[in-house]
Design a protein around this ligand. Sequence first.
Ligand code: HEC
Length: 313
Amino acid sequence: MKLIKFNLIFVPVLALCLGCIAYITRKMLLDDARQEVIQNARLILEASLSSRTYTTKQVAPVLQQQGFKLQAALAQIRKTIELLSVAPDSNAAKDLRARDKQYFMLGQQRLWEAQQPFLQSLKEQPEELADTDFHPQSVTASAATESFNYLREKFPDYFYKESTLNPSNPRDRATDWEADVVNLFRNGRARDEFVNTRDTSTTGTSLFLARPIKVTNVSCLECHSTPDKAPPAMLRLYGPDNGFGWKMNEIIGAQIVSVPMTIPLQMAQTTFQRLALWLAGAFLCILLVANLGVAIAARPRRKPDDSIPFQAV
Ligand code: HEC
C-alpha cells in the first residue's frame, strides 16, 4: 500500500523532471544546429565578398592596364602606318645622276605601290584589335555570382544571389519573397542582417541570411544612374532599360545566402532520439531503485524474540 502511494507521487514527478530535461535538451540541440547553419551562411557570404574584393583589387586593374597597353601599341601602329603611307620623295634622289634617279624613283614607286594593299589592310586592323567590349568579369557583383555558380555545381542546394529590385542583369531580379526581404531593409524594419527560414519543395527547410546592398559610392552611379553616363560598351550589352535610376545611399537590393537545414536538423534529431533512449533507461533504473528502497524501508520490523532467555552474566 505504501509502495503504491509512493509511486503515485514519485512517477509523475520523475516523468516531469525527465520530460523537462528532454525538452530543454532538444531545444538546445536544435538551436545549436541553427547557429551552425547561420555560421555557415555567414562564411559563404564573406567568401562572396572576398571574391568581390579580389575583382576590384586585382582583376579590374589588370584588365584596365591591359587596355592601356593595347591602346598605346595601337597608337604606335597607326603612327608607323602613316609614316609608311607617304609617297616616295623625289628629293631623296636629288644627288643621283639623271638615269640612276629615274631607276631609283621607279623602284621606290613600285615598292610604294606594292606596300599600299598591305598598309590598307593594316589600317583596318587597329579598329578590330582595339578591345571595345564590356567585360562583366570586371564587375564585382557579377564576379561574386559567377564564382558561386561553380560552387553550386557541387552543392546545388546552396544559393547566393545579389537580389535587386531593378537589376542590370535580369538574372539578379528579386523574386517575390526576395523583394519582401529587400523591402524590410528599405523600410528600416531590418538593419544590418536578417535571418529566417523558409520551406521549399526541392530542398526542404532552408535558412537564409540577407544583408542590404546600399549605393555608398558615387562611382556606382556612373553605370547605374542614367544610361547616358554609362559606358557605351556596357549599354550595347545590357541595353538602356534596366539597372538605372539608382540613387546615392539607396538600398537597391540584398545579398541573400540560402543554406539547407535538412541535414543539421536530422543530425540534431538523431542525437536527441539517442538521448531520449538513455533518459527512458534512467527513468526505469531510478524507478526500480527507488521502489526497492521504499520496499526495504517499509518492510515490517521483527519484534524482539522473547523465546531467548535473558542470560545473566
Ligand atoms: C563599370 C560599370 C559599373 C559600375 C561602376 C558599377 N556597376 Fe554594378 N553592375 C554593372 C553591370 C554591368 C552589372 C551586371 C553584371 C552581370 O551581368 O552580372 C552590375 C550589377 C550589379 C549588381 C547586381 C544586380 C544587377 O544589377 O544585375 C549590383 C548589386 C551592383 N551592380 C551594385 C553596384 C554597386 C553598389 C556599385 C558601386 C560600388 C556598382 N554596382 C558599380 C556595372 C557597374
